[in-house]
Design a binder for this molecule. Structure first.
Ligand code: GCU
Length: 682
């Protein structure tokens, strides 16, 4: 892996266009940077670093006279009243975390002003200013008023205390528990910088399959050290709380949420944590899911469990994030229906500081899923969305897949909960129903690999997640454009073809893994390669055959009124539209329908031919990615070029593996030849 890749999108590459450099220098030479909090100190350092690297300007001063400075940076109260008055309206709009960057004329002289209501928002503004310069954008007439649309913008690490990472493909956990709290790795600081640069303001450090030990004094001291590092960057720390912790580390004989001793144990634990970390975020809980303990072990429900913890955290302004990723073997007619039926009836009963965290789809982070029917269906609950940035079902950190395209598709989906235009984004950002708190969560793809994410292009998924959590209406293309410019090069001959490559990469993986609504046909356990034939696992809903149901009559999961009736969990008109294959978007066809092999698709092909052609298209798309990358040699280092080339070659080999494995297997049922254009397996 290339050392250069450590810097992520914060490499602040030297700008070679001298005209632009001179312009930027004139705009940033004399800086009046006000304030001296911890956050302002790191903001100043970042600005110095960025300007130094991009403009080769080591002589920037930060304490210029605000009346004559080129760049004035300060919170509202620190600004001169005349400027304060001119920006008052903008500042009213940006809240606690938004900022204003404006070009104006002061005493006959051009000046840039970066202002906000809080120090953390100043830091966000500094990062944005540097990003704009990194993208070579003109600041001459800048008038940027920007604020996040979502409150909680969070990463979930699935990191274990032994430094393995569940579903992690980028090396060991970056949290070095053994050396903490005394040893502060520079990585912690760079991690915080990277997160702050895209507006991420919360992290949960530990695996949702939780180890109660993290809540013991020895570990809490280590967590405190990390929280101290993250604080100047506006990042709050959360921990996963194992529901049975009162038994495992508390010496109680029950974890029943209605038991007084249990309640007191959590109250005390919360007080202990807040004694160490006054701005602790709260607990993230996976309960009664995949074998994890929870309130149902004591015949209680999710509300009992979540509210018990919420009460303990409430005096300290903490939150409970309660995950809705639940399914059990007892209700296995269709796993896709279970979360909705376990949660929606409780709408309105969760305390205000409970956030219900729901995965983007109803199964599990597949290359493509229809949006989860819970979105928009719990108007009185603060429901937050969980995406997976780590590529569990998307080729790990070996395959290049640009996830903002997937995130965008989900966020843009119309739930119709309050009529047309009730998109998932609106259900999430609180514009559909008023919410106490809004949030977007991404399961991190970060590890101790030199380049953080294993595949250098997987950095774009971290970046893109942060950008969408800030503004869920950004389009994937804009994000791709920004990231490519900041990370690699501003040359259009690089950016344009690479943007296309990134955008197409998502559909490519759908095509070569799970076309036309197929899902969960991965091999057991690792979820990497194909395994549509797997049928003998202990629980029905773990078996790929449960999801594709291929037989001589056809293929697909019948979720219509004649099947599991999962369609009933969607609002009209979706319920009606998706109940009929003819009015179901073909990308979801086999998600909702079991259809005969000679069912006729929109383009006139039979279903069998259509499936085969999609698999082939996926392979062709990867081949196309390789040929684009070949042309990119002049714009990246030799090392970077070679690395990505090797990875793309593996991706091509494995796209063919997926195609051949799935088609050979499904062919045993369809008994049909491969159509023209589909390569024969060798
Ligand atoms: C998936 C994943 C698990 C993870 C679970 C979860 O099922 O394979 O490793 O624990 O999701 O989100 O809780």
């Amino acid at each position: 892996q290339s050392v250069a890749d450590y810097d992520l999108w914060l490499s602040y590459q030297k700008i070679s266009d001298t005209e632009l450099v001179n312009k930027y220098r004139a705009q940033t030479n004399d800086i009046a940077f006000m304030g001296n909090s911890e956050t302002i100190i790191v903001a100043k350092e970042e600005l110095r670093l960025g300007l130094g690297n991009m403009l080769g300007n080591s002589s920037v001063i930060m304490n210029a006279d605000p009346n004559s400075a080129d760049l004035i940076v300060g919170t509202k109260d620190q600004l001169h009243t005349t400027i304060q008055n001119r920006l008052a309206k903008d500042l009213e709009q940006v809240g606690e975390e938004g900022f204003v960057i404006k070009a104006l004329v002061q005493k006959g002289k051009n000046a840039l002003v970066l202002t906000a209501n809080t120090d953390i928002a100043i830091l966000y503004g500094v990062f944005r200013l540097l990003e704009l310069m990194g993208q070579h954008q003109s600041l001459d007439k800048i008038n940027l008023v920007d604020a996040p649309k979502i409150d909680l913008r969070m990463l979930n690490h699935w990191d274990n205390l032994d430094r393995t990472v569940e579903r992690g493909y980028a090396g060991a956990s970056i949290w070095n528990w053994q050396k903490l709290p005394e040893y502060i790795d520079q990585r912690y600081i760079d991690y915080a910088r990277a997160n702050a640069s895209i507006g991420i303001n919360a992290v949960s450090l530990t695996n949702v399959n939780a180890n109660a030990l993290i809540l013991t004094p020895m570990y809490l001291e280590k967590v405190q050290a990390l929280a101290n590092v993250f604080r100047p960057y506006g990042i709050k720390v959360y921990l996963t709380a194992r529901f049975s912790a009162p038994i495992e580390i508390g010496g109680l004989d029950t974890a029943d949420p209605l038991d007084q001793n249990v309640q007191q144990w959590w109250d005390k634990k919360a007080a202990e944590i807040y004694g160490l970390i006054p701005d602790f975020g709260g607990f993230l809980v996976k309960a009664n899911s995949e074998g994890q303990p929870g309130p149902q072990n004591y015949d209680r429900n999710h509300v009992d469990g979540a509210n018990m913890m919420a009460k303990a955290l409430q005096p300290h302004d903490g939150n409970v994030i309660w995950r809705a990723f639940v399914y059990s073997e007892h209700d296995a007619d269709d796993r896709a229906k279970q979360a909705y039926s376990e949660f929606v009836p409780y709408d309105g009963q969760f305390m205000d500081n409970v956030l219900v965290q729901t995965k983007n789809g109803a199964i599990d982070f597949q290359p493509r899923e229809p949006f989860h029917p819970m979105f928009g269906a719990m108007p009185k609950t603060s429901q937050i969305i969980e995406f997976q940035i780590t590529q569990e079902y998307l080729g790990f950190s070996t395959h290049l897949v640009f996830l903002p395209k997937l995130f965008e598709e989900v966020l843009d989906s119309d739930t119709y909960r309050k009529g047309k235009g009730s998109t998932v984004a609106k259900a999430i950002d609180g514009s559909l129903y008023d919410k106490k708190m809004t949030g977007m969560v991404g399961v991190a793809n970060i590890g101790s690999d030199l380049n953080w994410t294993g595949h250098p292009f997987a950095q774009a998924n971290w970046y893109g997640f942060g950008r969408l959590a800030w503004n869920p209406y950004l389009d994937a293309e804009t994000i791709a454009d920004e990231w490519l410019r900041l990370t690699y090069s501003n040359e259009n001959a690089f950016v344009n073809p690479m943007k296309e490559l990134l955008i197409d990469s998502r559909e490519a993986v759908v095509n070569y893994m799970n076309p036309l609504g197929l899902h969960h046909i991965f091999d057991t356990g690792h979820h990497y390669g194909p395994g549509p034939w797997v049928s003998e696992l202990g629980r029905p809903e773990w078996n790929p055959t449960y999801y594709h149901n291929a037989d001589v009559n056809g293929i697909g999961f019948d979720r219509t009124t004649k099947g599991s009736n999962a369609v009933a969990q969607y609002a009209e008109p979706l319920r009606l539209l998706w109940n009929d294959p003819k009015t179901t978007p073909e990308k979801y066809l086999l998600w909702f329908h079991h259809l005969p092999w000679d069912y006729v698709l929109e383009d006139g092909n039979t279903l069998w031919d259509g499936i085969a052609l999609k698999y082939q298209e996926g392979v062709n798309q990867v081949a196309e990615m390789i040929s684009t990358w070949k042309k990119m040699k002049p714009y990246v280092s030799e090392e970077q070029h070679r690395e990505v080339k090797m990875l793309l070659n593996i991706q091509l080999k494995e796209a063919k593996w997926w195609r051949d494995a799935c088609l050979l297997y499904f062919q045993t049922f369809s008994n049909k030849d491969l159509p023209k254009g589909v390569e024969k397996p060798t």
